[in-house]
Design a protein around this ligand. Sequence first.
Ligand SMILES: *Cc1c(COP(=O)(O)O)cnc(C)c1O
Length: 482
Amino acid sequence: MDHDGKKKPARPGEVPIDRFREAGYRAVDWIGDYLEKTREYAVLPDCAEGDLLARLPEEMPEEGESFEAIEKDFRERIVPAVTHWNHPRFFAYFSITGSAPGILGELYSAALNTNGMKWASCPASVELEKRVLQWLARAVGLPGDFSGIVVDLASTATLLSLAVARERACGFRSRKEGFDAKREKLVLYTSRESHVSVEKAAIVLGLGLDAVHAVDTDDEYRLDPAALSAAIDADRAAGRKPFAVVATLGTTVTTSVDPAGAIADIARREQLWFHVDAAYAGPAAMLPEKRLLFDGWERADSIVFNPHKWLFVPIDASALFFRDPRAWRHAFSVVPDYLASDGDADDPMDYGFQLGRRFRALKLWFVLRTYGRRGLVANIRHHIALAADLAGRIDRSARWERVAPVHFSTVCFRFTGGGEGESSDRANREIFDRLNRSGIAHISRAVVGGRFVLRLTFGNLKTTGADVDEVWRALEEMAGRS
Ligand SMILES: *Cc1c(COP(=O)(O)O)cnc(C)c1O
């Protein structure tokens, strides 16, 4: 294969740097156009399962192909099957932004291609990570004794935290002797509304799902501290050993906020590991007017939130903070000769099971510097205002109702003009299907209080009040057909 049409490459597939530059400029132009015109795409692709697969050759190419050919297929085959998470009317799951500075950070980190498993393997990666985590911790009001690492996902962060909690509960014996769930009888607590990552961690850690005690919530979907205390007492009486509690500040469906202060009191009294999952809502702690909702999280043993959810960093980047780094090293550190450091370097690989690590701090640094604290706060506030705008329309309408408080940028609601019981659920399901099929917006569904509900979140930097107008008009129209 002749890449530039003139000169024969030394080896097949060699990419002359001039070709990289040309393709790179085209890529940045494409990305620029995409960021400028994302809203011209239908949010959801018009394709059926298997459509793309059928259009992709079953065998990898024998001979290398040109960037032009690959770019053409990217535009004509891949992009049409993309769900546009970066669209201003993507309101499903958690609405997010792959911001321009974050994209640049990703680009540079791919170019450097470092593996920051230890200080010596990339000092820049390890030290920049420490600094951006410190910036983040201060920005959300955490005390200076938290340190941390950047991981891929909140699910990983919660798994690591509960692994350390389990080790501590077993006197740091289980890393050597293994873990016998039947003998240890450990039990951990979290609310019925918490994220499935807590249960998955219990599966991976060999605790088993039976070790997860789902505590009742109050009428605003918050963990009920009295129910937690009662559950602990009952479990102790039954010979089980409570060892951890996970509070969620901003639950995945209704974004309810567990009372961190009351839970911290119970955790201290009962000597439980206290983990806080603030995957989505954590960045809102940068807002003075929201700080009260987080009161008590500063007493946690470990905290996670995701800059890739509400801090405009491209997927993936999850900030994990912890109090006692020695416990983490004690739980995880295994250093083979070939990875030994001279001296006592503080190496990220000692804080978890993953060895290799991408240079995620770079994109975080690009984003935090580009927006600054003030810019981040202004944008988070804007999203909260958009949610309040939508909630207000729902509250003022006789045909819709909100089903949970709106603390942040997420609104759960339902159409009430579609009759009672199952007929009402059916009406809401139809609205959900019609709206998503329309391509105008993408929203989520959930079940709250046993009812089918619609769920809409704001988190994209390009979303405006006009987008709220448009999705509200669409919702009213879809509901009108019910
Ligand atoms: C999204 C979410 C998670 C999972 O995040 P990942 O980074 O995808 O693992 C965990 N907890 C809560 C509360 C979430 O909203």
